[in-house]
Design a binder for this molecule. Structure first.
Ligand SMILES: *Cc1c(COP(=O)(O)O)cnc(C)c1O
Length: 383
């Protein structure tokens, strides 16, 4: 079956006991056994729950892999992957990462004696140069936040595998609708299902997907042992959102293309970052490893921080908020929100200065989004 069909049907057969067409919310912590050890596959909801199992099967199907595990958040999912590392191991990570990923690496991972090296994610040779005999894991996020830089997944997978390391890809921005990292050579895919997969900004969740039986056994052991699982209701919300992933992504992308082109020609905008623009420095890689550029657009305002603040305060349809990937349009100010943790000179070096605004383009009517950014740009220039 094709993608949109699997999003609606994989793991989602009608309930055998009642015929319920939609996976029920199995709001039960425990499951009655006919005799000790004789049960229908579920014993206790930390170890396994029918609603969560449906979500895990559906997500694995969409990433084209055999195994899926759902977690209570994207970071809980990441922590499961980092649990594979032991003292003395080495991780290579792209430097353009979700802030929470860096915080997790720098606090809980590094403090247990795991070494972490950050490299330029756009340069496969930088990964190769960073490899040591202790390298066990390579971690990338593509497209990256907030500049929409890309990592060549196939090239980095080859480098990781040549040194016996696994490649994990945070696929939150692209979603499996646009990019399937395992087909490109990655070993593990991680999602914050809070974002596009849930799609309605109403639940926090995460997932780890893999086709590797041994990695899966270790990750599933960790999921049960550490217990960072989503509850049945959140699993159900994310599964409900997932059903419309294909149609939502098409609309996000259509609107993002129009908005990116409009902003590129707008007065007061210095630069637009969007993998679907011919001016994107990795436009060819984007068309090779993604089936579309997605719905995230960043712009740099010529007037710097004062202009960006006027722009953000004048928006009416876009909400000023962290997070992304919901049906509603959101605007975020990385230098004071998602990337406030970086020292200012480091933000400037990376191009995340005071003029940068990140847009999560929703699926409202695009005319309203254009009118909104035009009003905000006029306000930004008026200062
Ligand atoms: C939000 C996000 C995360 C963290 O996920 P949570 O669900 O917030 O824990 C990780 N990676 C990326 C790319 C994200 O956008």
């Amino acid at each position: 079956m094709r993608f949109a069909t699997r999003a609606i049907h994989a793991g989602q057969d009608p309930d055998p006991t009642t015929g319920a067409t939609i996976i029920p919310i199995s709001q039960s912590s425990t499951f009655t056994q006919a005799a000790p050890g004789v049960h229908k596959g579920f014993e206790y909801s930390r170890s396994g729950n029918p609603t969560r199992a449906a979500l895990e099967t559906a997500l694995a199907s969409l990433e084209g892999v055999g195994h899926g595990l759902a977690f209570a958040s994207g970071l809980a999912a990441e922590n499961a992957v980092f649990s594979l590392l032991a003292t003395g191991d080495h991780v290579i990570a792209a430097e353009d990462l979700y802030g929470g990923t860096v915080r997790l690496l720098e606090t809980t991972v590094r403090t247990r004696g795991v070494d972490v090296t950050y490299v330029d994610g756009t340069d496969p040779e930088a990964f190769e140069a960073a490899v040591t005999p202790r390298t066990r894991l390579v971690w990338v996020e593509t497209p990256s936040n907030p500049l929409l830089h890309l990592t060549d997944i196939a090239a980095v997978a080859e480098i990781a595998h040549a040194s016996g390391a696994a490649l994990a890809v945070d696929n939150t921005f692209a979603t499996p609708y646009l990019q399937q990292p395992v087909a490109l050579g990655a070993d593990i895919v991680v999602h914050s299902t809070t974002k596009y997969i849930g799609g309605h900004s109403d639940a926090v969740g995460g997932a780890v997907l893999t086709d590797d039986d041994e990695l899966f056994d270790r990750l599933r052991f960790y999921q049960n042992a550490a217990g960072g699982i989503p509850g049945p209701f959140d699993s159900w919300l994310i599964l409900r959102g997932l059903k419309t992933l294909a149609v939502r992504m098409r609309e996000h992308e259509k609107n993002a293309r129009v908005l990116a082109a409009h902003l590129s020609a707008a007065e007061g905008v210095d630069m637009v970052h969007f993998p679907g623009l011919p001016s994107h420095p990795q436009a060819r890689l984007a068309s090779r490893q993604m089936s579309g550029p997605g719905g995230m657009v960043s712009l740099r305002l010529a007037g710097g921080k004062p202009a960006a603040r006027r722009f953000l305060l004048a928006l009416r349809v876009f909400s000023l908020a962290e997070s992304l990937g919901g049906v509603e349009s959101l605007a975020c100010y990385p230098s004071e929100m998602t990337h406030a943790w970086l020292p200012e000179d480091e933000r400037e070096r990376r191009g995340i200065g005071g003029g940068l605004v990140r847009l999560s383009v929703g699926i409202e009517d695009v005319e309203d989004l254009i009118a909104d950014v035009d009003r905000a740009l006029a306000a930004a220039r008026a200062g």
